[in-house]
Design a protein around this ligand. Structure first.
Ligand SMILES: Cc1cc2nc3c(=O)[nH]c(=O)nc-3n(C[C@H](O)[C@H](O)[C@H](O)COP(=O)(O)OP(=O)(O)OC[C@H]3O[C@@H](n4cnc5c(N)ncnc54)[C@H](O)[C@@H]3O)c2cc1C
Length: 433
């Protein structure tokens, strides 16, 4: 029987180093983003990325043969918990979204030529990428409704479609595009993925969609969420990733580990907000006592601690299941952590913001930005409602309606059955002998 929650000492030492490194070297840069701009930040990152490489922590999401560390999901999860504390930390570690997920797609489904041309430069930080699936006209929560098409024409495919929320596409060198290749196929075998150079004729980046998280069009190191029109975009058949019709299968392989990383990063954000909450509670006095002495604040501290602990254990358990039993076995666990983790993130950040009063609402603290970012967590990687529905469906498969329609635990019915079964006992205790 093994039931072990400990982290092996060598890896714990790496985690300790990361925690210190992110706090001391990366957090300070956050405050200068407006002043140093994209170029300045890239420059500042170079020596930091070198230190990360030397510690053997660069692109840890990939296997050794691809220049990664082959960590597996539990270690990656623990790492992302630390990197999540800063929106720019993943960039120093070569695993920022969406490049990290796209590199996994290329590693998994890319041909040797695609790996040479896209994956290796992506890992080296020489190329940037975007993932282009969601469309404004169809529900992203049900990607079987996709309308963008890739039609075979001789040795080429021709893509037509309209996408948006292709994060980073405006600064990307290539796009991974999901499009329908066989509209007659079964719903999850209709679509395929393609690697498309962003400067291919017919690819029009219409605009960067600004959001609640980043209300201005461009944002520091990253692009925003681009709207793209694909108009008669002709690409060679070698641009197809994996087999035709395998788009959903590949997406699933990419999204499941990505959700674990997101959830752990959310815990990193939650932890940072929670630390602010506790510090403020011990500093601010009102109505004759510190906030820390008020029952409401104490409840928030206790509730946040419990929620973060629950989300952390659930997420690491999902990661462990993926490492030991594979992606498919962890499906339900991943849906659980997706909506539960997004709620924990929201609640902890909200309480920390409230504890800071008007200071928390101001841009003098990172809490308002965390709060805005937390809202998006309920949409990306699938809306919470879809994950809840998926969990409920899977759970219900373990149940069936009773034939007679009477609840199995109906006490009067069970009592009749029990009276029959224990007739001798009843006879013995109720007789006057
Ligand atoms: C920050 C951010 C980054 C993103 N990055 C990318 C990216 O890089 N590439 C990309 O392709 N996409 C990206 N997306 C898009 C994201 O994947 C979609 O927003 C998501 O899939 C939901 O699709 P939708 O927005 O079309 O919402 P819809 O599908 O229109 O759903 C709207 C709402 O309907 C409700 N709903 C839907 N289905 C059900 C159901 N079964 N039961 C109950 N309620 C339901 C939910 O409340 C849901 O929020 C990003 C989104 C965000 C917010």
């Amino acid at each position: 029987m093994s039931w072990d929650f400990s982290t092996e000492p060598e890896f714990q030492a790496q985690l300790d180093w990361m925690r210190e490194f992110v706090k001391e070297e990366i957090w300070p840069l956050e405050t200068l983003l407006d002043e140093i701009g994209h170029e300045g930040l890239v420059k500042a990152m170079v020596p930091l990325q070198e230190q990360v490489r030397q510690r053997g922590l660069w692109a840890a999401h990939l296997d050794h043969e691809l220049g990664g560390q082959g960590f597996g999901q539990v270690k990656l999860g623990l790492m992302h918990e630390i990197l999540g504390s800063s929106p720019i930390a993943p960039f120093a570690f070569g695993n920022q979204a969406p490049d990290s997920g796209n590199s996994e797609i290329l590693a998994m489904a890319g041909s040797p030529e695609q790996k040479d041309r896209y994956l290796h430069p992506l890992l080296a930080g020489d190329l940037k990428s975007a993932f282009s699936m969601t469309e404004p006209e169809t529900a992203g929560s049900d990607p079987t409704l996709l309308r963008s098409t890739a039609v075979k024409d001789g040795d080429d495919y021709v893509i037509n479609g309209h996408k948006w929320y292709s994060t980073n596409a405006s600064i990307a060198d290539f796009l991974i595009v999901m499009a329908v290749t066989d509209p007659e196929a079964r719903s999850y075998q209709r679509a395929s993925m393609f690697v498309v150079d962003v400067n291919t004729p017919g690819v029009e980046i219409v605009r960067d969609v600004a959001t609640m998280e980043h209300p201005s069009e461009s944002y520091g190191l990253y692009g925003n969420h681009a709207e793209i029109v694909y108009r008669d975009v002709r690409i060679p058949k070698q641009a197809l990733l994996g087999a035709e019709g395998s788009g959903f299968l590949i997406a699933q392989q990419r999204l499941y580990p990505g959700r674990i990383h997101h959830c752990m990063r959310w815990l990193g954000v939650s932890r940072r907000a929670f630390d602010m909450l506790c510090e403020r509670a011990l500093t601010r006095e009102s109505h004759g006592s510190l906030l820390a002495e008020k029952q409401t604040i104490q409840n928030w501290i206790a509730d946040s601690t419990a929620q973060m602990q629950a989300a952390r254990l659930m997420t690491l358990h999902a990661a462990w299941k993926m490492d030991t039993e594979g992606v498919a076995a962890a499906r339900q666990d991943i849906s659980l952590i997706k909506f539960f983790g997004a709620q924990v993130l929201h609640d902890v950040v909200d309480r920390a913001l409230q504890t800071h009063g008007s200071l928390g609402y101001s841009t003098d603290m990172p809490l308002e930005a965390m709060y805005r970012a937390a809202r998006g967590a309920r949409f990306y990687d699938g809306p919470d409602e879809v994950h809840r529905q998926s969990v409920a469906r899977q759970v219900l498969r373990g149940y069936s309606a009773p034939d007679d329609g009477v609840p199995s635990d109906h006490i009067p019915t069970r009592r009749i059955a029990a009276r029959e079964r224990f007739a001798d006992l009843l006879e013995a205790v109720t007789s006057n002998d």
